[in-house]
Design a protein around this ligand. Structure first.
Ligand code: SAH
Length: 392
C-alpha cells in the first residue's frame, strides 16, 4: 500500500501566454510595459526578485510595490508561466509536480528531501530526442526545448513547497530531455539559480546529466563553471552502446570519454559516469571488466542505476546479487563506483510517467491510469530513478 497523496487535476484555465508571465517575459517587453506607466526599469528586477528569492506567488504579496501598480500587473501579467496540474507526495517525502505550460504541454519536476539536502530534479525539454531504448522520456521524441523561464520556474515551484526556513541546496538536471541540446537556455536558468539574489545555489551543487554530446561537453568545459557533469555511458563498448544509446553511432565512446577528460582537465571537476544496469544486456562480468578497463586510471566515479521498469519495454532490473557483483568488480579494479539509491518509489516518480497518466485521463477522464498506448504510455517511469540521486 502506498501513502501517496494526490492533489486533484487542475481543470482551470490554461497557463498564461508565454510573453505575459513575469518569469518568462522578454526583458524588452517588460521594460516597455513599465515605461508606459512611467515606472523605472529596475522594477523588473524587483519583480523577479520577489518571485525567485522572495517566494511571492502573487503580485499582492509584493508589498513594496505601489498598490496601483500591483493592480495593473495583475490585469496584464501573471507571475508564473506555468500552472500546477498535479502534485504527488511519496511516503519518503519525495514530491513530484506536473506543470502545464502555456501551450498546454506538460512537464514534470521532482523535489527530493534528504537529511542534509533538498534536491530539485528538473526537465530541459518536452520529451527527448536521444532515443535511449530503455528510457520512457524519449519514446515519443522531443516536442520542443523549454525556455529559461520554464526551467527556472520548476526550481521556484519546487522551492515554494519547502518550509520557510528551508532552501533548495542541490539541482540535478536529470528530468526529461537532453540538457546539452538546450544548453543556452539551461545556462540562463542556472545563472539565476546561482545568483545571490536568486536561489543562491552554488555551481558545485548543480549536476548536469548528458547522453554524451562531445562538442557540447567541451563547450561547457570551456565556460569554466563549477557545474558537475554526469555522462550516461550505459555500455563499455561501441557495439553494445550503439544498440542501447542510438546517438552513439554519431559519437562513439572514445570521443565522449576524451571530452569528459577534457572537462576534468579544464574545470578540475571529476566526471560521473552513469550506467543503467539492464538485466542480461550490459550487467555481466565481461561488461564490468571492459568498463573497468575503460575507466581505470581515470579520475571518475561510476553511478550504477538499476533499471526502473517501463511497462511494455523488454528490459528488467538485475537481481540485487548481480548488481553487487558488478559494483564489486569495478571496485576491485580500482574504479570508484556505487549503486544509486531509490527515491519516490511509490509515486509516479519517474519523469513522464505522471504526465502520461494525466494525458490519458484528459482523453478519457474515468479511464484507469494504465498505459493507454502500450509501451509508450509508461513514458517517464524512467526518470523517476534519475531523480533519486542528488550528487554522489
Ligand atoms: N538526457 C540526459 C538526462 C537523462 S535522465 C542523459 O542521458 O543523461 C538521467 C539518467 O536516467 C540517464 O542516465 C538516463 O539514461 C537514466 N534513465 C532513463 N530511463 C531510465 C530507467 N527506466 N531506469 C533507470 N535509469 C533511467
Amino acid at each position: 500500500m502506498t501513502t501517496t497523496l494526490e492533489l486533484p487535476l487542475d481543470q482551470g484555465p490554461p497557463a498564461a501566454p508565454a510573453d505575459r508571465a513575469i518569469l518568462d517575459a522578454s526583458p524588452d517587453a517588460l521594460a516597455a510595459w513599465l515605461a508606459e506607466r512611467g515606472e523605472k526599469p529596475l522594477r523588473a528586477r524587483q519583480l523577479r526578485r520577489w518571485l525567485v528569492a522572495g517566494r511571492a506567488e502573487s503580485f499582492d504579496q509584493m508589498t513594496d510595490l505601489p498598490r496601483d501598480l500591483r493592480a495593473d500587473l495583475a490585469a496584464d501579467w501573471t507571475p508564473f508561466g506555468t500552472t500546477i496540474a498535479r502534485r504527488q507526495v511519496a511516503s519518503d517525502g519525495t514530491q513530484k509536480l506536473l506543470l502545464r505550460l502555456h501551450d498546454g504541454r506538460l512537464i514534470e519536476c521532482v523535489l527530493i528531501p534528504e537529511a542534509d539536502r533538498r534536491t530539485a530534479c528538473v526537465s530541459t525539454q518536452v520529451g527527448c530526442g536521444m532515443g535511449c531504448v530503455f528510457c520512457a522520456s524519449g519514446l515519443d521524441g522531443v516536442a520542443r526545448n523549454l525556455s529559461p523561464g520554464e526551467i527556472l520556474e520548476q526550481l521556484v515551484r519546487l522551492r515554494n513547497l519547502l518550509q520557510p526556513n528551508e532552501r533548495l541546496t542541490n539541482v540535478v538536471v536529470m528530468g526529461m530531455g537532453e540538457p546539452l541540446a538546450n544548453l543556452d537556455d539551461l545556462l540562463a536558468a542556472l545563472a539565476v539559480a546561482g545568483h545571490k539574489d536568486g536561489l543562491n545555489i552554488g555551481q558545485r551543487h548543480v549536476t548536469i546529466s548528458t547522453v554524451g554530446l562531445p562538442a557540447k561537453m567541451r563547450r561547457l568545459a570551456d565556460l569554466n563553471k563549477q557545474y558537475h557533469l554526469a555522462v550516461s555511458l550505459h555500455a563499455p563498448n561501441d557495439e553494445l552502446r550503439n544498440r542501447i544509446v542510438p546517438t552513439n553511432t554519431k559519437t562513439g565512446i572514445a570521443d565522449i570519454v576524451a571530452a569528459a577528460d577534457y572537462f576534468l582537465a579544464t574545470t578540475g571537476r571529476q566526471v560521473t559516469y552513469e550506467y543503467v544496469l539492464l538485466g542480461g544486456l550490459n550487467d555481466g562480468p565481461v561488461e564490468a571488466r571492459q568498463l573497468a578497463g575503460l575507466l581505470r586510471g581515470r579520475q571518475a566515479h561510476v553511478n550504477l542505476i538499476p533499471f526502473n521498469d517501463v511497462p511494455g519495454l523488454p528490459y528488467r532490473r538485475p537481481a540485487a546479487g548481480v548488481q553487487q557483483t558488478f559494483v564489486d568488480a569495478l571496485r576491485r579494479a580500482g574504479v570508484s563506483a556505487k549503486v544509486r539509491k531509490r527515491k519516490g518509489a511509490d509515486i509516479d516518480a519517474a519523469c513522464g510517467q505522471l504526465r502520461r497518466a494525466v494525458e490519458a485521463e484528459l482523453v478519457s477522464p474515468r479511464a484507469e491510469r494504465a498505459p493507454e498506448s502500450g509501451a509508450r504510455s509508461a513514458r517517464g517511469e524512467t526518470d523517476s530513478e534519475i531523480c533519486q540521486t542528488g550528487q554522489q
